[in-house]
Design a protein around this ligand. Structure first.
Ligand SMILES: Cc1cc2nc3c(=O)[nH]c(=O)nc-3n(C[C@H](O)[C@H](O)[C@H](O)COP(=O)(O)OP(=O)(O)OC[C@H]3O[C@@H](n4cnc5c(N)ncnc54)[C@H](O)[C@@H]3O)c2cc1C
Length: 246
């Protein structure tokens, strides 16, 4: 039996050649509630137009003086309720919808973000936003390349969504044939950020992990040839390279 709990990785910005340098301080790839204190009274730039960006903007608007959202397509992937709250919030500026990041300015510490109109390269479409903090919240990908996105010549594929999140139980057809958190392969389970429709929260990953282990115990009791060695930590520092058939 295997439990896939390999998580997801945040996307990073693709900047033009020669403009890829990112200052040592001031560019972040997550926005935590504890960051609010650091941003008290400051101008914060949020890069992204999805739910994470919307949540972060509202969070910082509580203490920062101004929150500017830079989003290539605008509210491209933000839920309606979040959009409504963002629109209503007077501290949140959406003038940079339709803009993308061209460059981060600053040596050690971020001093400004240079943006340009999406797809435009003319100097006249550029704007400089002075800030010491930019939060890049442009989504992420599940860490499933090693699981194999396609079936091999001798192996079945673990069923995945188009974006390679792993499908389990209720997301598989026919319904009702799988244990909770079991993937398309018998005895292979998945939990946490790697699973389809994850909320990307620690609480959910921990809860799903515990529930998946309960399913694994059920699977083992239905397959008496499986022995569970609960003391075994022999592979905790290993990196799994691939799933292959015996
Ligand atoms: C920067 C950041 C801030 C966050 N802040 C919060 C927060 O404030 N509150 C909150 O609730 N959630 C937060 N989250 C989300 C939360 O961290 C995740 O939802 C949670 O960690 C998911 O747990 P997981 O076990 O699914 O995956 P992860 O915690 O990502 O763990 C996956 C593990 O699998 C390992 N792995 C991957 N591939 C292999 C392989 N081939 N072989 C062996 N090991 C492998 C990885 O090294 C990693 O240790 C944050 C996420 C990020 C990136």
């Amino acid at each position: 039996m295997i439990l896939l709990a390999c998580g997801s990785k945040p996307h990073t910005l693709k900047l033009a050649k020669g403009k890829e340098r990112i200052p040592n301080r001031g560019v972040y790839y997550s926005a935590l509630p504890c960051d609010q204190q650091r941003e008290k009274g400051k101008t914060v730039v949020i890069i992204g137009g999805g739910d994470s960006a919307g949540q972060a903007a509202l969070q910082f608007a509580e203490r920062s003086s101004r929150v500017i959202i830079v989003a290539r397509e605008g509210f491209d992937a933000m839920s309606q309720a979040l959009q409504d709250s963002v629109r209503k919030n007077r501290k949140i500026n959406t003038d940079y919808f339709g803009y993308e990041v061209a460059e981060f300015i600053g040596e050690q510490q971020l001093e400004a973000v240079m943006v340009r109109k999406t797809g435009g390269d003319k100097a006249s479409s550029r704007r400089q936003i002075k800030t010491t903090s930019a939060y890049v919240l442009i989504g992420g990908d599940p860490d499933t390349a090693w699981v194999g996105h396609r079936a091999g010549p001798h192996s079945e594929r673990v069923a995945q969504t188009r974006k390679h999140y792993i499908k389990t139980d209720v997301y598989l057809r026919p319904h009702g044939t799988k244990l909770p958190f079991e993937t398309s392969l018998n005895g292979v389970f998945a939990a946490g950020d790697v699973r389809v429709n994850s909320l990307r929260r620690v609480g959910q990953a921990v809860g799903q992990g515990a529930a998946a282990v309960a399913s694994m115990e059920r699977y083992a009791s239905n397959n008496p040839r499986i022995l569970i060695d609960k003391k075994s930590l022999a592979y905790t520092r290993f990196h799994v390279l691939a799933l292959t058939s015996p």
